[in-house]
Design a protein around this ligand. Sequence first.
Ligand code: HEC
Ligand code: HEC
Length: 390
Amino acid sequence: MNNTTFLNTGLLLLISTLLVISGVNAEIIDDDTPVPPVGAMGGPDRVLDANELEQWIRGRKVFDRDWTQAQGLGTPDLNADSCRSCHQTPIIGGAGGLDVNVMRFGMDNGGAGPFQDLPGGQVASKLRRPDTPGREDADPQADVFEQRQTPNTLGLGLIDTISDAEVLSHEDPNDNDGDGCRGVARMIDIAGVPEVGKLGWKAQVPTVSDFLRDALGGETGITVPDDGRGFGMLSDADSIADPEISTDDFSDMLFFAVHLAYPPRGGNTDPQVLVGEALFNTVGCAVCHVPVLQGSGGPVPLYSDLLLHDIYPDDFRGTADLGTPAGVGFYKTPPLWGVRVTAPYLHDGRATTLEDAILLHQDEAQQVTAAYQALSEEEQDALLLFLSDL
Ligand code: HEC
Ligand code: HEC
């Protein structure tokens, strides 16, 4: 696929989508919106006391809030006017469809490489408000772009409880065990101390709080109070006083986010689900999609090692985070909890079905994909049935 050809079409699509986002998807949460049961999709992760429940509900409303320009929306650039604009499938906090993908731009010399950042950096994905004069959204030097699909944020509080040591114990950068998989952690310097990046398609962010701050700036143009960790935008170019989100609103949204239950299993009782689960392990999916990592409060059934892997062929075109192990084609193994409701799949949504996603795994996953293809049709169906119960 020649990415350049799609650049302009993509932008137009995104622009028209955003007009729709602010027009049609108005706020969906109000004081009467029911709280789903503990542990259910979109519900809290545990029984909350009365004060906690109030805070969780307030936080859900901040996540849903349609920010206005008078409240600081935009830098003046923005991707959408609320978090819920993109994270709403099947429930607030969930994933987003292709129509709300965001884009990163760079230069790769027409595909010959190496990948380089644009002079202004690769975060050229922001759109300007339609009323901004001279709306040039992409640097004309850009010749490659990468779309990023909106992942689910359910269960991220549990990922926060997984220690760096637990993630690092699964690394195998030199493939010493000969299974073809070379998982590597992304270390991020936080005020001089390295921390494992556990969130984002390229493992670019360590904690939920960091990602919320980053998204407030990057997606909605809302400035945040300084916490000394380097994420989020502390000031911007609009005339609203910074920080544009109050400390209380931020703590409420964080409380909501870290206490969103992880997506529960579908509960299909067909015995083939168990057959599929066993095959998931024997063909080698579980090498990267590790079913359970240990968290400080107990096991976390996420189906990920939170490590970076290159599962794409050598001629794959995309962006790199320069100076990190997250080169072109490298992505963090995404957790598979909730995949039954988050189609389409992969970092840019290029896979429509779960089987498409499997068949696109190459390079590090080549042996595993071959083992999947060598299964009988019945066994493949069982594996897919198991996945569609996650
Ligand atoms: C325009 C669509 C869009 C909007 C609006 C948006 N997000 Fe996201 N969100 C994304 C995309 C795309 C990613 C993946 C980014 C990446 O890793 O490159 C993401 C990732 C995340 C993640 C990390 C999920 C994970 O498992 O790694 C969190 C947390 C998050 N967003 C929270 C928010 C919050 C809070 C807001 C509101 C301030 C917000 N998002 C607004 C599209 C959006
Ligand atoms: C070498 C490590 C590795 C192995 C082995 C592996 N995966 Fe993956 N998987 C990944 C990575 C990395 C991604 C993300 C790629 C991207 O976003 O473009 C991914 C993405 C996926 C997705 C899409 C998830 C989403 O939310 O978009 C599914 C489904 C999936 N894998 C299932 C499987 C199954 C089933 C197997 C076994 C047949 C398997 N994987 C084997 C690393 C691996």
